[in-house]
Ligand binder design. Structure first.
Ligand SMILES: [Mg+2]
Length: 103
């Protein structure tokens, strides 16, 4: 398994995901990775629904696992696009700073 620094940055996570994908021979076609990402978003939605509708105990741990799955596929997709997520988020936050939304 790839070494994970004690306090990893987003760039560290992107590197770890890239190395893990190679080591484990996970899907490399970005179209398939996107479908897997969407599946994990669906699993997260199921956890949210369980909590929302039934207040099911223990959903925090399950939700944490699904959030991790979503993040890992997101990082994998970012790697496919050669996007530095930290820079992308920083740019988007700066853009949103002066923006307003009407709901
Ligand atoms: Mg999952």
């Amino acid at each position: 398994m790839s070494a994970i620094p004690e306090k990893p940055t987003l760039a560290d996570w992107q590197r770890v995901i890239k190395e893990t994908v190679a080591e484990k021979h996970w899907a490399v076609d970005p179209n398939e990775v996107f479908v897997l990402f969407a599946e994990e978003v669906g699993e997260l939605a199921k956890e949210l629904r369980k909590k929302w509708k039934f207040g099911t105990a223990g959903t925090q741990e399950s939700a944490a696992g699904e959030l991790a799955d979503v993040f890992m596929y997101l990082a994998d997709l970012a790697n496919h696009f050669e996007v530095d997520l930290e820079s992308a988020i920083r740019r988007k936050m700066e853009k949103n700073e002066g923006r307003t939304w009407e709901f």
